[in-house]
Design a protein around this ligand. Structure first.
Ligand code: SAH
Length: 255
């Protein structure tokens, strides 16, 4: 599995303000990405300008490794799936996706090398540039005021891509997590299906010993308990604790 972090590139076309380039570098670094390419920025030395450095804050490494190229084709070298970001929907346009749809589709295609292409502050992307891409990503915004700041658009896409990766790499994979949910916060090792089944068997045995579960008339007790635990994304450590409790119940009942 190659994570989305190593296969998604951010391409900024004809950016005017070096500050936006710095802010974009910061945005992509906060979300775990690092591949930034500039196509014909207004200032050839944009990456070294004071505002770029100031707005990048601690993301200087991303600025240092960013490349400046002359054409969109050069920026898209090695890319298999490019999406143009645009606030404007066009008559002649590749298929339109939301940021979430784009993120989920790229996160779900292992090995796919993808790029997000953003236009200039003043003019956005030309139709020609949009048509060089295989998708158009539109951030659904206020229809009367739909144009986001360039670096904020980058931030939003980088965040969605990070969440889509987290969802695929554990959240949605572990039983019970809502599809696409990112696993965030302090996380332990997700329990495997086998560990969880072992825990249910142990718990059932303990409840029978305790006289709480009547094996001749079990009603819906175990399915109810399964439903309860399935909502919690059990971790290995927690399964071990529950088995420990079951073990102690069994030995206490034998005394
Ligand atoms: N004035 C320009 C907007 C420039 S904003 C125009 O009319 O197109 C700079 C870039 O941010 C855009 O080219 C686009 O790549 C991205 N962007 C801003 N708002 C967006 C939105 N609502 N959806 C998708 N991309 C957006």
């Amino acid at each position: 599995m190659s994570s989305i972090f190593s296969r998604l590139r951010f391409v900024l076309v004809e950016t005017s303000h070096p500050g936006n380039i710095g802010a974009a570098a910061r945005a992509i670094k906060t979300m775990g990405f690092d591949d930034l390419v500039l196509v014909r920025p207004r200032f050839a030395d944009a990456l070294a300008r004071e505002e770029a450095i100031a707005f990048a804050s601690g993301a200087l490494d991303v600025l240092e490794k960013a490349r400046v190229v002359d054409t969109l084709e050069q920026a898209l070298e090695g890319i298999q799936y490019a999406a143009a970001l645009s606030a404007r929907l066009r008559e002649y346009s590749p298929p339109v996706h939301t940021p979430r749809q784009f993120a989920e589709s790229v996160a779900g295609q292992d090995g796919l090398r993808a790029a997000l292409v953003l236009g200039s502050e003043r003019y956005g992307l030309s139709n020609e540039s949009v048509l060089q891409c295989q998708a158009l990503v539109n951030i659904p915004a206020n229809p009367d005021y739909s144009s986001l700041n360039l670096a904020q658009a980058v931030q939003l896409l980088a965040y969605e891509c990070r969440m889509a990766e987290a969802g695929g790499a554990g959240g949605a994979g572990s039983e019970g997590a809502p599809a696409g949910a990112g696993r965030i916060g302090f996380l332990g090792d997700p329990a495997s299906a086998g560990q969880i089944e072992g825990m249910y068997a142990h718990l059932e045995q303990a409840l029978v010993q305790l006289g709480y579960l009547d094996p001749t008339n079990p009603k819906k007790l175990m399915p109810r308990l399964r439903r309860l635990f399935t909502r919690t994304s059990l971790e290995t450590e927690e399964v071990n604790i529950l088995r420990g409790i079951a073990g102690h119940i069994i030995s206490a009942c034998k005394k």
